[in-house]
Design a binder for this molecule. Structure first.
Ligand code: PMP
Length: 403
């Protein structure tokens, strides 16, 4: 037996996709021309699938801050936060994130994935129950597994179902932690946090919200969906990432809980990995200052989201959610979706290809995301390419039916 035999089903599935002419999981970006355009397969391409919501990856102040930190503090910390990997800048960033999010305490992690892994696995223990939305991100799933807690899934964005499950699982010998996302990364729908908070209070549970896709975009101050829905004080823990609106890499968790800092000695994904490098920390600090000082960035991403959403809807595409930073289009099946994704690339537009089992409810999606840095001209060019795709999809469906 070969050690890779267990992945045979994956290999077959990948082989099927490769047979369509492109390897969607091995796409190379050959050159970048700012936050929203790149060269892919030798072609100038508009990027509409990057999570670069505020377009800060090429911000001159962020770049300068990163270069300066590289020169002064070197290329990496070469150690974990609990050894030699905590510099003054890590602490300063934690204070700045706490202030930005309006919380007493913040902890910085090396990635957003690890922020969930660390926070969930340290908050929940073997005697606890974690109630998770069934459209959970892999980092939430893995955090639950690492925690050893019992996991109860509730129907996607369904507070009534959550209520029933809490009712059935009182857990007098342990705690109960609810984990949801502010903005769901696949469909782009927003959590019903007001109702979820009401359920949480009724049952005396704790609530963690992952604002990975919503921080910087939702709320008057850009703190996320909890801010936008006016329920921040009822959310016990917020997790976020630096890899989307902040244009870098890393993650954080914030809380007002007086014992929150215990995570630093309880969370293995915090303790046993090297801390984020100086350049990363410096760019994140600059980006955070930028989003605090420039609310017009948020206004721009919402304008772009509305324009793209309206245009795609007018072309007859089925959008999975109302306008927002994530614009996912439902297509009828995998063949059509892969065809559409390939054609868009040939037409100079990059979106994400999202297929089961990575999607909720087995849906096939072209997952687009807008940026504050998209110009109106770029959005209109994208819509022009989608108009061509819409015509071709009609012909594609007819040819499949005839075959
Ligand atoms: N949470 C959610 C909801 C995400 O979508 C992601 C990444 N796509 C993460 C956490 C992990 O963040 P990162 O990629 O920064 O590690």
């Amino acid at each position: 037996m070969d050690i890779f035999d267990k992945h045979q089903a994956l290999a077959q599935r990948r082989g099927q996709l490769l047979g369509t002419g492109a390897d969607p999981f091995d796409l190379e970006i050959e050159a970048l021309h700012g936050p929203c355009e790149a060269t892919i397969r030798g072609r100038r391409t508009i990027l509409v699938g990057t999570n670069n919501y505020l377009g800060l990856t090429f911000d001159p102040d962020c770049i300068e801050a990163g270069c300066e930190a590289l020169r002064r503090f070197g290329t990496g910390t070469t150690g974990s936060r609990i050894a030699n990997g905590t510099y003054a800048a890590h602490r300063a960033l934690e204070a700045e994130i706490a202030a930005f999010m309006g919380r007493a305490r913040a902890i910085v992690f090396t990635t957003g994935y690890q922020a969930n892994l660390a926070t969930i696995s340290a908050l929940a223990g073997a005697k606890d129950i974690v109630f998770v939305d069934s459209d959970w991100h892999a980092s939430i799933f893995d955090g639950c597994r690492l925690s050893g807690a019992t996991v109860v899934r509730f129907r996607h964005n369904d507070p009534e179902d959550l209520d029933r499950r809490l009712e059935r699982n009182p857990n007098p010998d342990g705690c109960r932690l609810i984990v949801v996302e502010g903005l769901y990364s696949m469909l782009g729908d927003v959590a019903r946090l007001r109702e979820i908070v009401a359920v949480k209070k009724r049952h005396g549970a704790f609530l963690l919200v992952d604002e990975a896709h919503s921080m910087g975009v939702f709320g008057d101050k850009g703190r996320g969906v909890a801010e936008a829905q006016g329920v921040e004080t009822e959310v016990d823990f917020i997790v976020g990432t630096f890899s989307k609106s902040l244009g870098a890499i890393g993650g954080f968790a914030v809380s007002d809980h007086p014992r929150f800092d215990l995570l630093r000695v309880a969370a293995r994904p915090y303790m046993f990995t090297a801390s984020p490098g100086p350049a990363t920390i410096a760019t994140v600090r600059a980006a955070l200052a930028k989003i605090a000082a420039h609310p017009e960035l948020r206004a721009r991403i919402w304008d772009n989201a509305r324009r793209l959403h309206a245009g795609l809807t007018a072309l007859g595409f089925a959008l999975a959610a109302p306008p927002g930073p994530i614009l996912s289009i439902r297509l009828p099946d995998e063949r059509t979706t892969v065809f559409a994704w390939n054609r868009l690339l040939e037409l100079g537009v990059y979106v994400n290809l999202a297929l089961p089992p990575g999607t909720p409810g087995g849906v096939c999606l072209l997952r687009g995301s807008v940026s504050a840095a998209h110009t109106t001209e770029q959005i209109d060019r994208v819509l022009d390419r989608f108009a061509r795709l819409a015509e071709e999809l009609g012909r594609f469906a007819a040819s499949v039916a005839a075959a």
